[in-house]
Write a protein that binds this ligand. Structure first.
Ligand code: ADP
Ligand code: ZN
Length: 656
């Protein structure tokens, strides 16, 4: 129905006034839980408004980017309202970790899924019935079972949270049929508020969630989709594995990150290549058995600087906060996919990089895939539109972030973001009209004079005047266009063809990806239309962090990068202590404390447990469990400059 027409974007006045105020007696219960349990100062963006609405019993549909802070939107209502918050999530492999992380915060959490045995499940059921659970995580298929529904009817439910709600959408690649059954929750429990959350932001998905989950009364909250700490960069692809290696060596040595490839084969090869070159990397794709996949995922979550090379099968729901980079070696199929994948970087708000290598073959391959793929005409048209939007992002000479935000219907900063390759090293454009005409006339001549069609490779050899075997075999050196393009290099010609494809001025056809004219080609050939092209950068844009601080090997961890040199020993000591704790307890290090929290600890240098409690990310339970331990580590390192000025060998310790 028309209920989805208006997306009620909330004002932030309430939360703004709360920023920076310590917990006081007249704080709301929700804010008190934020301080006490999570140790955070204030709600972020829409969180405050969402939580207030749900705590009061309202339904909500929440769109927030990955890393935006969706979990608190249902966790806090579950803590504040009477009863248990029931969280529906498709991510069975992550439930144990999620529950462990909550327990470390002192939250009474449990889960029920197929990985448990009978006894384990009985314990959770009993806890739920006794009202001893704040949160209960469930797989959607479990919720369909009568036994589960009966169980839930016998306990008290505070709120239903439907996480990854876009799984209800039949158009998306994450579709789960079991999600369709979730519409019955509202009928069966009309008095329990429901909150559906997703990071997928298109209007169509939004509408489908509201309709299929049967939530016409829900209030809609749309957060800003900007992720300012992520630096977006797209470089022309030449030798992708080598390019990746130098990107990692120069900017992300020892950092955790994800590398996405399209095929299982290239996943395997890339992981091997990185390992051979001294970067610890493991593969992840649907062709590996479940045990190997689980082991690799678990290592990624638990170890500090592991790289996972994966197909898109990896990553949904991975809430590791310190993923420092996401790299794409192949072109994603849509901007939505790209944004979800890159959004997995930098959930902790620290500087992170979204890096992609992209080239002519990506365009040809994707176009071919769409043409030869399954699905009806409408499906293909939709896929082509998605690809065009993605290509537009790759080829733009404007701010990348601006394009991304505009794509999601949000207002970008007209002055640019200052943290993407276009803003950092503005690309030059050049008048490519003549070059475009040369490519198009070659295609025309081959077809008219010879009745032949060829792919980009042969067209470029003809333009360059190369007498290769294939050129001689077909007498292509006799064409009048042979050798008319020696003003550009082969790489530059590939760039020209790629951009023509992206602009729809030329198209690929058939299983060999031969080049053919489009309706728009005529205007270029007749000189009725100019073709501005983006110049291929000679040197890839360097990251701001890397270029600003010419520190060579010292730089390693971005997490530490912006700390003053004299605080690094304490930061590293805390990390080592954290690693010990994590190993003892068998949990990922970030479950103990996030990097961002460790950074704040060394910056504040608390000397008492009470002072430590004021650090963001240190809640009540963590303070009790780890407070003394942290203070001991700090004392053993000794505060820099506390007794005598430390003389370091480096100059200007305060930096620039
Ligand atoms: P999402 O599920 O939307 O991807 P998360 O819920 O995992 O995001 O939150 C992302 C990160 O931000 C987490 O590390 C979380 O602890 C942190 N975070 C969320 N809300 C706040 C807040 N109000 N203050 C500080 N940190 C927050
Ligand atoms: Zn920008």
């Amino acid at each position: 129905m028309s209920a989805t027409g208006g997306t009620g974007v909330m004002t932030q006045q309430d939360t703004v006034t709360e920023v920076g105020l310590p917990a006081g007696p007249d704080d709301s219960e929700a804010l008190a839980a934020l301080h006490r349990v999570f140790g955070y100062e204030a709600f972020r963006g829409e969180q405050g408004a969402v939580i207030e609405h749900v705590v009061a019993g309202g339904d909500a549909v929440v769109l927030m980017p990955t890393g935006g802070g969706k979990s608190l939107c249902y966790q806090i209502p579950s803590l504040v309202r009477a009863g248990t918050g029931v969280v529906v999530s498709p991510l069975i492999a992550l439930m144990q970790d999620q529950v462990n992380a909550l327990r470390a915060l002192g939250v009474r959490a449990g889960f029920m899924n197929s990985t448990q045995d009978f006894d384990e499940r009985r314990v959770v059921e009993a806890e739920f019935l006794a009202g001893e659970l704040d949160l209960l995580y469930l797989a959607p298929e479990r919720l369909r079972l009568d036994t589960t529904l009966d169980l839930l009817s016998r306990g008290k439910i505070a709120v239903f949270a439907i996480d990854e709600a876009h799984c209800v959408s039949q158009w998306g690649h994450d579709f789960r049929p079991d999600y369709l059954a979730l519409s019955l929750l509202g009928e069966r429990w009309p008095d329990v508020p429901r909150i559906a959350l997703t990071a997928t932001a298109t209007r169509a998905t939004h509408r489908e969630i509201t309709e299929r989950l049967n939530m016409p009364q829900a209030r809609h909250f749309v957060a800003s989709f900007d992720r300012p700490n992520i630096q977006y960069r797209i470089v022309p692809k030449s030798d992708p594995k080598k390019q990746l290696l130098s990107f990692l060596r120069e900017e992300h040595a020892d950092d955790a990150g994800i590398v996405y490839c399209l095929s299982r084969n290239s996943v395997e090869k890339t992981a091997e290549f990185l390992s051979r070159n001294g970067i610890e990397a493991v593969p992840y794709h649907a062709g590996l058995d479940a045990g190997t996949r689980a082991a690799h995922q678990s290592r990624f979550l638990r170890e500090d600087g592991l790289v996972v090379v994966a197909t898109i099968a990896f990553g949904m729901g991975i809430d590791k906060p310190d993923v420092r980079f996401v790299a794409h070696l192949d072109l994603p199929k849509s901007v939505e996919g790209y944004y979800q994948e890159t959004g997995r970087a930098g959930r902790d708000g620290l500087p992170s990089t979204a890096w992609m290598a992209y080239g002519l073959n990506d365009v040809i391959q994707q176009r071919k895939l769409i043409q030869s793929g399954e699905g009806d005409e409408a499906f293909r048209r939709r896929a082509a539109q998605h690809l065009d939007a993605m290509l537009g992002l790759c080829e733009t000479a404007q701010c990348r972030r601006g394009q991304l935000l505009a794509y999601f219907g949000q207002e970008p900063d007209p002055a640019g973001c200052g943290n993407c390759d276009s803003c950092l090293t503005p690309p030059e454009t050049w008048d490519g009209t003549v070059a475009a005409q040369k490519v198009l006339s070659t295609v025309v001549r081959l077809q008219r004079e010879r009745g032949q069609k060829f792919g980009a490779g042969q067209i470029i050899e003809i333009l360059l005047g190369k007498r290769t075997g294939k050129v001689i075999q077909f007498d292509h050196d006799q064409l009048s266009v042979f050798g008319i393009g020696d003003e550009l290099t082969e790489g530059e010609w590939r760039g020209v063809v790629r951009q023509l494809l992206a602009q729809g001025l030329i198209a690929v056809e058939g299983e060999y990806g031969t080049l053919v004219l489009t309706e728009a080609s005529g205007a270029v050939l007749r000189r009725e239309r100019e073709v501005p092209l983006r110049k291929e950068p000679k040197k890839p844009a360097a990251s701001r962090q890397a270029s600003a601080s010419g520190r060579g090997e010292r730089k390693a961890k971005t997490a530490a990068a912006e700390l003053p040199e004299e605080l690094l020993p304490a930061f590293e000591a805390l990390r080592a202590w954290r690693a010990d704790q994590a190993r003892e307890q068998g949990v990922p290090a970030y479950v103990i404390f996030h990097d961002a929290t460790l950074r704040e600890i060394v910056t504040v240098w608390p000397t008492s447990v009470a002072q430590l409690g004021g650090v963001s990310g240190v809640g009540e339970k963590k303070l009790v469990t780890y407070g003394e331990g942290v203070l001991e580590v700090l004392a053993s390192v000794g505060e820099p400059g506390a007794d005598e000025p430390t003389v370091t060998s480096t100059s200007s310790p305060s930096g620039v």
